[in-house]
Design a protein around this ligand. Structure first.
Ligand code: ZN
Length: 378
């Protein structure tokens, strides 16, 4: 089979469940070193990150990806073992096939082909890979690498993230930004007591209910031409002892904003707390900002190039979206880098029987190579 297929299978075979790397980065690093790349392993804590570059002065185009995968769940639920790459009906099955060992293999192959065809290309091409993307914290992955790049003055210009972005077929959707994610853990304090003596207790459920109604009804912003309106969701709500005759002493709610560039995290925090205070709640709230929104505006060279490449190689006009969850692009974008996400169909990611279409896997290196050629071939 082809180079990209072989490499994708080799990666899928490795049980690299976050933050485990299972040799993926060493394999890719030594391969790129043989191809003339300068390779560094940036280790933070238990996490390995790979930084490989080729070229010298001039603008830098970097491909960004992760080799870790989410757990498979019970292997018996899969039609074929999750860590045994298997082809059925034109699809390659295995954990990570679409998210995102297929793209990682395609990036490696595309970069090798590009520097072989254009050994004296202008600027630099690079590959940045982490094994800490799918975990709950991403503490030692691209977040740390970005901090190091900021400290050392490492300059990047364009970043292609290989996350599975497509809806139905390769090239039909690219991401040109992401919403921000702001979470809150809210504790509302009451006074526990017997339900028959409410005058001796204070019920935090009753106190929170009208505040929750106000939070849920609030129109946080109208969005803008690039982003849908900010959304607010309560994901967990807990109170009560399990007994029907006890007024609970506390209530806990987990809440999350997915927010547009029409609002800032500070504004959302302040407005939420104003609602809580207006309802005279005795509360404590802990905020966690896991990612600020970012946008690669129209007219940028990378965004225009990605659109043109999808159009010419895939024959589709890609939707240019800021939807979906967050990605490691959120750490790179603040370094003043144009970020675009372009990858395979995301229909099966994080599911049992995750797969990638073979024809898309074979075409992905062409897309990534075409981006290199248009930006840096001369
Ligand atoms: Zn991913």
């Amino acid at each position: 089979m082809s180079d990209v297929f072989d490499l994708a299978c080799n990666l899928i075979r490795r049980r690299s469940v976050t933050p485990e790397d299972a040799g993926c980065l060493a394999l890719i690093g030594s391969r790129l070193e043989r191809g003339g790349f300068r390779v560094e392993h940036l280790r933070y804590g238990e996490v390995d990150n790979l930084w490989a570059t080729h070229g010298s002065a001039g603008p830098t185009l970097v491909f960004l990806g992760h080799t870790d995968v989410v757990p498979s769940g019970p292997e018996a639920d899969w039609q074929s073992p999750p860590f045994e790459p298997t082809v059925r009906d034109g699809l390659l099955y295995g954990r990570g096939a679409a998210d995102m060992k297929g793209s990682v293999a395609a990036m490696v192959v595309a970069l090798e082909q590009f520097v072989t065809a254009y050994p004296d290309h202008s600027g630099r091409v690079g590959l940045l890979l982490t094994s800490d993307e799918e975990g709950p914290t991403n503490l030692d992955g691209v977040r740390k690498v970005a901090e190091q790049f900021r400290r050392t003055g490492e300059r990047l210009d364009w970043c292609v993230v290989g996350e599975p972005s497509a809806r139905q077929r390769l090239g039909d959707l690219i991401r040109v930004g992401r919403r921000g994610s702001l979470s809150a853990t809210l504790t509302v304090r009451g006074v526990q007591g017997h339900v028959a003596y409410p005058e001796k207790a204070r019920n935090p459920i009753h106190a929170f209910a009208p505040a929750l109604t106000a939070l849920a009804a609030e129109r946080w912003d109208e969005g803008n031409q690039d982003f849908p309106p900010t959304s607010f969701q309560v994901s967990n709500l807990n109170a009560g002892t399990g007994a029907s005759n006890v007024i609970p002493g506390t209530l806990r709610a987990l809440m999350n904003f997915r927010y547009s560039t029409a609002s800032t995290a500070d504004e959302l925090r302040a407005r939420s707390e104003a609602i809580l205070q207006r309802h005279r709640l005795d509360y404590a709230v802990e905020w966690n900002l896991s990612g600020e929104p970012f946008l690669t505006p129209p007219g940028g060279r990378l965004r225009e190039t990605a659109v043109a490449v999808c159009h010419e190689l895939c024959g589709v006009e890609p939707e240019q979206s800021t939807g979906g969850g967050t990605s490691d692009g959120r750490f790179i974008a603040p370094l003043d880098v144009e970020v675009v996400e372009l990858g395979p169909v995301n229909a099966t990611i994080h599911k049992v029987d995750e797969c990638i279409a073979l024809d898309e896997l074979e075409q992905l290196p062409d897309l990534y190579r075409a981006v290199c050629e248009r930006l840096l071939a001369q």
